[in-house]
Design a protein around this ligand. Structure first.
Ligand code: NAD
Ligand code: 6OH
Length: 484
């Protein structure tokens, strides 16, 4: 059986305790994983601290950027290995891993390598009270040892989204990938070695969250910052845990995202776009739309068209090229999603399509598939309309006016993303500006430019990453004031 180990100070390290890595497509165990304990976390943080003072600390920005490009090269060189590892861990279709997850991982390193070379800093000429002047200028220094904690839905994409800018700024990292999807973080260690990243700069400790590797990392007094993507509730627990050591945090958390479809939209594009926004990655993208508001005039035809799209999705073995709908990540997550399917019925929903488990008559019945599901008819106060489900499911409700649509979309504690579908661009701008979220797409969804601010309002996060926002989070800015 394959063993996925921790990676500490440039070495692959096993341990006394292991846990199983399960393939969500058929429930089979594909590897054993070393469960990081407190000593693994301590050793990783020590190694990361030493690496800051070693060769890595002395490397200039140009050379750092060159090595980041070499990490991207090394990912591309092992492209098929990364794709296979991600597909086996997540059950996502191979088409998705090859088009989205792995290319984005390489792109994350390239974008921040280029950006850090070009990034300017602030300077101000200051008038002093006595009529003379001073010059203020800021310099960028590494923040130190960064703890990176990531989820299972886009494992390598989200991990590198944080590791790349952290390294670009000269930091060292200790990453704690999701226990559900450990493989690509350990594979990335091989890419780091290929790229000549010194020992101790990139460390991986596998394991669980509460009272385990994750929490040992957030509590560690010698970790300088925590960057986390995951559930809002976990974010709240991490905030408590970092409070005694006052660490800066960057949080990308859950969503309950709305899509607003106006009658004047390009109908076919809107249906295709919303089908993606609801069902991509089996609905396990934090940006997915679980609430769809459709102008009443086109409500019945839109519901019908989305139903057809849902029913055309091809659920299957992740490695088959025509599969575009995979399983959920785990038995436990499937229980959660199915409990919401049941709750929707109890809350009075009309089931447009789905609502159950997909049956295949082969080993996939031991996997964690559910049907793509659409509901209508729930009140806005229903739990299924309020709470993040994180599955392939949406509720569609009609609206009569722009004001009503905006009010319903904004009636949530979350605030990650929204999408608006209209051919009236004036309305597109106006409604987009009303959205209480970090990211609004007009006539598209999940179209990313890595230089833009990315993050959530309300319960959906703290801070923004992307472009200069990432560089600023992962840097200690030191302002120097010189009296002239
Ligand atoms: P999760 O919060 O359960 O786990 C995320 C990571 O945190 C895992 O590595 C886990 O081991 C670790 N963890 C759990 N408890 C911890 C603790 N007490 N201390 C330290 N670490 C701990 O999230 P998940 O189930 O892996 O991912 C799904 C959730 O992530 C959804 O809510 C989704 O919306 C959210 N998400 C958000 C974004 C975003 O960019 N906003 C992106 C992806 C996923
Ligand atoms: C959440 O599941 C998706 C997050 C996406 C990003 O962080 C990104 O940078 O595209």
């Amino acid at each position: 059986m394959k063993l996925i180990q921790n990676y500490i100070d440039g070495r692959f390290v096993g341990g006394a305790q292991e846990f199983a890595d399960v393939n969500p497509a058929d429930g089979s165990v594909i590897a054993q994983v070393t469960a990081g304990n407190k000593s693994h976390v301590d050793e990783s943080v020590d190694a990361a601290r030493r690496a800051l003072r070693g060769e890595w600390g002395g490397i200039g920005i140009r050379e750092r950027a060159a090595r980041l490009h070499r990490i991207a090269d090394a990912i591309e060189k092992r492209f098929d290995c990364f794709v296979q590892a991600e597909v086996a861990d997540t059950g996502k279709p191979i088409s998705l891993a090859s088009k989205l997850d792995i290319p984005r991982a390489a792109a994350n390193f390239r974008v921040f390598a280029d950006l850090v070379k070009l990034a300017g800093l602030e300077s101000f000429q200051t008038e002093t009270p006595d009529g003379s002047s001073a010059l203020n200028y800021a310099i960028r220094k590494p923040l130190g040892v960064i703890g990176v904690i990531t989820p299972w839905n886009l494992p390598l994409l989200l991990l590198t989204w944080k590791v790349a800018p952290a390294l670009a700024c000269g930091n060292t990292v200790v990453v704690k990938p999701s226990e559900e999807t450990p493989a690509t973080a350990t594979l990335l260690a091989e890419a780091m070695q290929d790229a000549g990243i010194p020992n101790g700069v990139y460390n991986v400790v596998h394991g669980f969250g509460a009272d385990a590797a994750g929490e040992f990392l957030t509590q560690h007094p010698d970790v300088d910052a925590i960057t986390f993507t995951g559930e809002s509730r976990t974010g709240a627990a991490i905030m408590k845990s970092v409070a005694p050591t006052v660490k800066p945090v960057s949080f990308e958390l859950g969503g309950k995202n709305a899509a607003i479809v106006f009658a004047d939209c390009n109908f076919d594009e809107a249906v295709d776009g919303i089908a993606d926004a609801v069902f991509l990655n089996t609905g396990q993208v934090c940006l997915c739309a679980e609430r769809v508001y459709v102008e009443r005039k086109i409500f019945p035809v839109f519901v019908d068209a989305l139903k057809r799209k849902a029913e055309q999705l091809c659920a299957g073995w992740p490695n088959e090229t025509n599969t575009n709908f995979g399983p959920l990540i785990s038995a436990q997550h499937r229980e959660k999603v199915l409990a919401y399917y049941q709750l929707a019925r109890e809350e009075g929903a009309a089931v447009v399509t789905g609502g159950g488990v997909t049956k295949f008559g082969d080993n996939r019945d031991h996997g964690f598939y559910v049907q793509p599901t659409i509901y209508t008819g729930l009140p806005e106060t229903a739990r299924c309309v309020k709470e993040e489900i994180f599955g392939p499911v949406c509720h569609i409700a009609p609206f009569d006016s722009e004001e009503e649509a905006v009010a319903m979309a904004n009636e949530t504690k979350h605030g990650l993303a929204a999408s608006i579908w209209t051919s009236n661009l004036k309305r597109g701008h106006r409604v987009a500006q009303e959205m209480k979220v970090g990211i609004t797409w007009v006539n598209c969804w999940f179209l990313r430019d890595l230089r833009t601010p990315f993050g959530g309002a309300g319960m959906s996060g703290i801070g923004r990453e992307g472009g200069m926002h990432s560089l600023n989070f992962y840097s200690e800015l030191n302002n120097i004031c010189i009296r002239l």
